[in-house]
Design a protein around this ligand. Structure first.
Ligand code: HGY
Ligand code: MN
Ligand code: MN
Length: 420
């Protein structure tokens, strides 16, 4: 057993073919016809993918466990297993038209990192636990980052159990199904804070590619406020009801979205405003829409901008609703955050030591690292994705970049787990 701090010898034990094979294999769970994945949180596809992860982990001696919100953990026991572990991972749930790498890459590269340590007989002082967080994406059950939020105490388990998907299935029901499918995986509630958390992820933006860098040492995550807007009108006959008496929820919702777009437009294109979900009821061609429910995803890197922009949303909606009623509920308010420089600098030094071009980079996308950052020293590592495309079936990465990311993750994770 070697206990010295690795000087790149773990990186050399990362096996590109094994990592790439697993990325391709995991992408089969929920594979879509256009080359992406639809592996939604707590779905049958995700259950199958979990089983595959557990099989890969146990095959190399990792100890699997889960918790009561179906976060999945695979632990490589350290020399001093009583010490708090270093967690490394991401998520395996996807958007409905997701890519093969968002989340899954971070989990599989974490598994590869640990396998490289084991192959070289490198046993760190602290245990290293590979983690797949439940429902990061929040597309089936909103809000996202549910598993890491409950794990870190940002949300109470009781608060998420009755959240339902479009089909009316609740988190409670689906959690039961997942935990029954994993009946052979012990359910263990968190005993202690992690010593540190590292998340490797694709950038989901174009900067690394444009700057010809392979590794991003992530400085922080921009702020995000999400809302659900209910516009209520009155269904009526499309052929007989005069415009003068209509209360058309769709027309009102369009006016509201246009008013929001105008109010949130900024010259330097920093603000991110998205209406991604938009449902019309009864959604019948000859019925004046009675109800529209739509989502708002508002992001900004500056807390002093995000606050007033978000605070103005309810009034903008009310002023543009015409004769319809409108109700605006804020679903979450995550302020911008900055990761501790110490871990970020370790990432940069490791990339230098491995002779991999790197840069500091902010994250426009949200990640479970947001929640871990509140309870332990946390860092994120990015690799490029082609044209910065993500949340899209065309999402793709280079094999060499996948390996580079796993190499940096393995070295930094080992160093953190060996720190005295
Ligand atoms: O939406 C996000 O930022 C994350 O990719 N789910
Ligand atoms: Mn992700
Ligand atoms: Mn995502």
């Amino acid at each position: 057993v070697r206990t010295d701090i690795s000087t790149g010898d773990i990186a050399r034990l990362v096996v590109e073919d094994r990592l790439w094979h697993r990325l391709s294999r995991l992408a089969e769970f929920g594979a879509t016809a256009d080359g992406g994945v639809n592996r939604q949180a707590l779905s049958a596809e995700e259950i199958a993918a979990r089983r595959q992860l557990v099989a890969w982990g146990t095959a190399i001696g990792l100890q699997p466990h889960t918790d009561r919100v179906a976060n999945l953990f695979l632990t490589y026991r350290g020399r001093d297993a009583d010490l708090s572990p270093v967690l490394i991972g991401s998520h395996i749930d996807s958007q409905p038209t997701g890519g093969k790498f968002d989340g899954a890459y971070g989990v599989l590269a974490a598994l590869e990192s640990v396998e490289a340590m084991i192959a070289g007989g490198h046993k760190p002082r602290r245990s290293i636990t590979v983690v797949a967080w439940m429902n990061e994406e929040g597309s089936r059950f909103a809000p996202g980052m549910m598993g890491s939020a409950v794990y870190t105490g940002a949300r109470a388990r009781a608060d998420i159990l009755d959240i339902c998907d479009h089909a009316g299935r609740s988190v409670r029901e689906e959690l039961d199904t997942v935990l029954r499918a994993d009946a052979d995986v012990p359910v263990v509630e968190k005993r202690q804070r992690p010593a540190a958390y590292l998340e490797l992820h694709i950038e989901q933006g174009p900067i690394l590619e444009l700057e010809s860098k392979v590794i991003g040492a992530v400085t922080g995550i921009q702020g995000k406020r999400t809302y659900r807007v209910h516009v209520t009108g009155e269904e009526n006959h499309a052929g007989t009801s005069p415009r003068s008496v209509r209360r058309d929820a769709l027309v009102a919702a369009i006016d509201i979205v246009k008013a929001l777009q105008n109010a949130l437009w900024d010259r330097d294109d920093i603000t991110r405003f998205t209406v991604g979900q938009f449902t019309v009821t009864p959604n019948a061609p000859s019925v004046v829409p009675a109800k529209v429910v739509f989502s708002i995803d508002l992001r900004h890197p500056d807390a002093d901008q995000l606050r007033p922009l978000g605070d103005a949303v309810p009034e903008i909606c009310a002023n543009a609703a015409g004769r319809c009623a409108v109700a605006v509920t804020q679903v979450l308010y995550d302020p911008p955050l900055e990761f501790p420089p110490a871990i970020r600098q370790k990432i940069g030094r490791t990339a230098d030591r491995l002779d991999i071009p790197w840069m500091n980079i902010p994250s426009g996308a949200g990640h479970d690292a947001r929640h871990l950052h509140r309870i332990c020293p946390t860092g994120m590592i990015f690799i490029p994705c082609k044209d910065g495309i993500s949340h899209n079936e065309a999402e793709s990465i280079l094999r060499s970049h996948a390996t580079a990311g796993a190499s940096v993750l393995a070295e930094v994770a080992f160093e953190l787990a060996n720190a005295v």
